[in-house]
Write a protein that binds this ligand. Structure first.
Ligand code: FA5
Length: 348
């Protein structure tokens, strides 16, 4: 095409051959400025349009715009091509080692006591128990009185209590719960038998700590209430739990114990994993480590809940997840769980 002062064909062929020849980013940029820039060849064609006849102006204008679009597309393609060539060259030179292993992300995990609590709960769920929760700050009523522990009951001393600093009528009515047993009452108030429930949660006691005693512990309360439940059901269920948790070989001991809210009351212990039953520092020379208190729910509590205590019976137990974790993993001091030492915690 020859259009008077404007020769688009010539511009097009020069631009195309120069683009072909460009071999790096700098040459490509120079090409862009020469041909597509504000003072480039095509822009100057468009600037000259004003001097042309109207017909000629239309034709050249439209052809120049088409050419501009073509050259822009060719420029983009060439730029991608050069980028690809550069990357391939860099990889060949070995500057990017695609075989280098990725950097490891540090993945968190559950605290060993949370793991143990979940294992315990899972065993009871597999036996048909459901799961509930209750508050960590309790009232005197649920933590003690409803469990037949009146204000001056000596058994209150078994659990040295951390009270909330709030006084009303000369009393401190709120406390950190000392055990999960208040949830027996809370659950029975809301439900009718048959009941099978476990309630896991943190409990707090003003303890002088030692290898088997912490001041913050995790208990799992177990409660079954129905017609015809007997001590045999209690033993059968808790033995089955112990077998699944510790394996067939561990020895289990049941002994009479006293808790005002059960009759009769028992405690269950497992033979000490450190000394095998001979007696050592961890088991206080006893050869056994107690893992739970249990018993048949006191008939007075069942009546207080509005149940017919002549027909309905039940058993309850409260076990400590930290003690069970000690036995499971063969750890000699319970206090290690809450010292936040990652070298210890990362093993689980
Ligand atoms: C109770 O807390 C009763 N509420 C258990 C119960 C429930 C009895 C239902 C009858 C019916 P005890 O204070 O013994 O009982 O604690 C129960 C378990 O919690 C213990 O066997 C032990 O495994 C754990 N535990 C209690 N105190 C501590 C502590 N300071 N450190 C570590 N574990 C503890």
């Amino acid at each position: 095409m020859a259009a008077g002062i404007v020769d688009l064909d010539a511009i097009a062929s020069t631009a195309r051959s120069e683009l072909d020849a460009a071999s790096d980013e700098a040459e490509l940029e120079a090409w862009r400025v020469t041909h597509l820039g504000r003072k480039g060849t095509l822009t100057s064609v468009l600037r000259q349009l004003g001097g042309l006849e109207i017909e000629e102006r239309r034709r050249v204008g439209s052809e120049a715009n088409v050419l501009k679009g073509e050259l822009e597309a060719a420029f983009e393609a060439k730029r991608d091509d050069l980028k690809g060539q550069k990357l391939a060259a860099t990889m060949l030179e070995g500057q990017i080692d695609v075989t280098l292993p990725a950097r490891k992300k540090r993945v968190g995990r559950l605290h060993p006591i949370t793991q143990t609590t979940r294992e315990i709960v899972d065993i009871f769920v597999s036996m048909g128990f459901s799961v509930a929760e209750g508050p960590e700050v309790e009232t005197d009523y649920y933590n003690f009185e409803a469990l037949l522990l009146d204000r001056d009951h000596p058994a209150r001393d078994m659990q040295d209590t951390l009270y909330i600093d709030y006084e009303r009528d000369g009393q401190y009515p709120f406390m950190m719960r000392t055990h999960t047993s208040p949830n027996q009452v809370r659950f029975m108030e809301e439900h009718k038998p048959p009941i099978r429930v476990v309630v896991p949660g943190k409990c707090y006691r003003n303890e002088a700590t030692d290898p088997t005693h912490e001041w913050m512990i995790t208990q799992i309360e177990v409660l079954a209430v129905d017609e015809g439940i007997s001590l045999a059901d209690l033993k059968g269920t808790l033995f089955e739990f112990a077998k699944r948790m510790f394996g067939q070989d561990r020895r289990v001991r049941f002994r009479c114990d006293y808790f005002p809210y059960v009759e009769p009351g028992v405690d269950m212990a497992i033979d000490c994993f450190i000394c095998g039953g001979d007696g050592c520092r961890t088991c206080h020379q006893e050869g056994w480590i107690e893992i739970m208190g249990a018993g048949m729910v006191h008939p007075e509590i069942l009546s207080n809940m509005g149940y017919d205590a002549e027909r309905v019976t039940g058993f309850a137990a409260g076990m400590g997840a930290e003690r069970i974790a000690l036995l499971r993993h063969g750890i000699e001091d319970i206090r290690r769980f809450y010292q936040n030492d990652l070298r210890f915690l990362e093993q689980f």
